[in-house]
Design a protein around this ligand. Sequence first.
Ligand SMILES: O=c1ccn([C@@H]2O[C@@H]3COP(=O)(O)O[C@H]3[C@H]2O)c(=O)[nH]1
Length: 256
Amino acid sequence: MDTLVFLGTGDAMGVPRVYCDCDVCMEARTTGTNRRLRSLVMIEGPEGGFLIDCGPDWRAQMESQGLRFAEKILVTHAHFDHIGGLPEWADACRWLGRKGELYAPQEVIDTILKQFPWLARHMNVTAVDHGIELGGWKIKGWKVCHGYNGFSYAYRLEKNGFRWVYCSDSIGLNEKEKKPLHDLDLLVLGTSFVHETAPYESRSVYDMREAAELLAEVRPKRAVYTHMSHDVDLNGDIPLPSNVELARTGMKMELA
Ligand SMILES: O=c1ccn([C@@H]2O[C@@H]3COP(=O)(O)O[C@H]3[C@H]2O)c(=O)[nH]1
């Protein structure tokens, strides 16, 4: 049985935001229910495991699980909050004398290697544009609208009849982009805010109101929201569709 572990459930700034004294950020600093590291998930199972994304909190996330090595990492897009940990992973590979396996679409690889050209010395880099199999999961990625911030990729994973999607950074998906979101047992969707009031053209991730509309359309059996900013209070009373839950740091789910 495979397990999905939420090692990071925050937006680009994490929670608390360094500059912020709002109630959610202050709660995150004290009791810490809302403390959120940058978004990253781990899939583990009998056929091996892998991470999706490697943001700047990677080191703390590895330590939180007592993990000493990450062998395989699949990346969604080349934004700092999703790739900031890659140089630390590369250093770990170097010191252990073990090559990591980095997977991403070719255009994402190109950007990563422009930013961190030395990575290729410490890891094998594989383009996943035509799909990939990791840990027994058949994985297909597709490009999704990330609004003001450009594009990201979402991944659809299938194994033993279980179908799920990881789509952390998207907004306003068109019909083609929504197609792989149908017939899902689980949709992990990024929703930065409950209700984001900033002008639409300045935004880059669904809010929870829009996400509810998307779910009504694509009808996954279950959904989990992640990539949540300090707008989201896990101790609050947020109106959600009945099949939705909010990811919590360290939360585990069976993928079956
Ligand atoms: O070309 C770019 C654009 C943006 N970024 C990062 O991705 C984050 C996306 O959310 P945000 O807009 O709150 O903050 C952004 C930055 O931290 C990046 O690394 N490269």
